[in-house]
Design a protein around this ligand. Structure first.
Ligand code: SF4
Ligand code: SF4
Length: 129
């Protein structure tokens, strides 16, 4: 199998949501970067919980979820810059890179998710002025 298959070259966002504080900075910075109105998002924060699972164990997470309007900040990353949501996350919850490199960050000690747009590298972003 070729080492240059699409899966090895796909880029994505790693989101270590265990440490997400729900501050909304990723949402707002993405809207500003892509000139989106306040009712559209390139990434949307979701709150899960709180509810009790067992004694001293609760489900309570904030999970930012990229949408189909996320293009992985192609205009920035093509110049070697980080996506704006990654840059503005003060909790260092998010990172950007090759999917295979991001997968190596899974350590079983935290709650991770990786987002990859349909194309593997970018998706269309609808800009609204
Ligand atoms: S990578 Fe860029 S487009 Fe995608 S969610 Fe982050 S700021 Fe928005
Ligand atoms: S900027 Fe970071 S800490 Fe704030 S909501 Fe987004 S992912 Fe969570």
């Amino acid at each position: 199998m070729s080492e240059n298959s699409q899966s090895t070259e796909a880029f994505g966002l790693l989101i270590n949501y265990e440490y997400c504080t729900g501050c909304h900075s990723c949402e707002v910075s993405c809207q500003m970067e892509h000139n989106l109105p306040t009712d559209r998002w390139g990434i949307k924060l979701q709150k899960i919980g709180p509810w009790q699972i067992k004694q001293d164990v609760y489900q309570y997470d904030f999970v930012p979820i990229p949408t189909d309007q996320c293009d992985l900040c192609a205009s920035r990353t093509s110049k070697g810059k980080k996506p704006l949501c990654v840059k503005h996350c003060q909790s260092l919850v998010m990172d950007y890179g090759k999917v295979n490199d991001l997968l190596k960050r899974f350590d079983g000690k935290s709650k991770f998710t990786i987002f990859v747009p349909k194309s593997g590298t970018k998706s269309e972003v609808i800009q609204v002025s």
